[in-house]
Design a protein around this ligand. Sequence first.
Ligand code: SF4
Length: 291
Amino acid sequence: MSKIDLKTESRRYRERYLEMPTIPLQSGITYGPVRSRRLGWSLGLNISPISYKFCSFNCVYCQYGGTTICTINTSDWREDFPALDDFEKALESALREHKDEEINNITFSGNGEPTLHPQFEELVDIAKKLQRKYFPEAKLGVLSNSSTVTMEKVRRALAKLDFRIMKLDTGGPETFRKINRPCPGVDYEAILNGLKSLENVTLQTMFIDGAISNIGEQEVSEWLERVGEIKPVKAQIYSLHRPTATTSLGEVSAEKLEEIAAQTEEATGVTVEVIIASSPYRRRYNEPYRK
Ligand code: SF4
């Protein structure tokens, strides 16, 4: 299928199946600093296309709604990703603008999976240079969905960062396909092996309930087994706090998250942080930043 056909088809799919409005895509290369649930004051770096959602996953809970182009192969869309020069100018300008403010972290995240940028490693080098110049105390890191963790160039880039927060929502391929809805070519076992061989990794896991769930006894037990195999520095677990791509999902209570955390720590010895955020979309809990 040609590029235009794919885009048209994806748009039709989105119009037909997207069930509720989600939050708009980031419109620029930098955003914030925002008070993040996990990262304190974080300047966000969006290196994905801005006019449509490009990702290797189409997670049922995605705050940006359905993925327009779901692929791990960026070759047909290279021109839609920000160029190195534009990235450098935008980041330097943002760092100058906020130089008197508190920035704890500078984080590659944004509209989709940041490591899909064809020049992710070069962008990391630029960001590192500017972070050292303007915010030497801040940490530079990434929030990634882990789909590219086996790619050599991505692994080199990940190794240059101060932190790597990598997604693992499920303990097996079946729930992975239901929740993260990966594009063809993304393999659960390959991700698992990639994560196991990565140094100093932090895992991030979204627990959800409702029509699709990963909090059943078996799902949790499989997930914590994988955590034990990967042996991350820590795992961060949380639940919904924003509108999602699928309306039939439910938030997991803080009590249940605490229970999963305790069970995992006991079984694996890995520290588990329960992240509970206050948000305009959350009604049941309002603790700003916890544990
Ligand atoms: S990996 Fe992140 S950006 Fe991509 S669909 Fe999932 S939640 Fe959305």
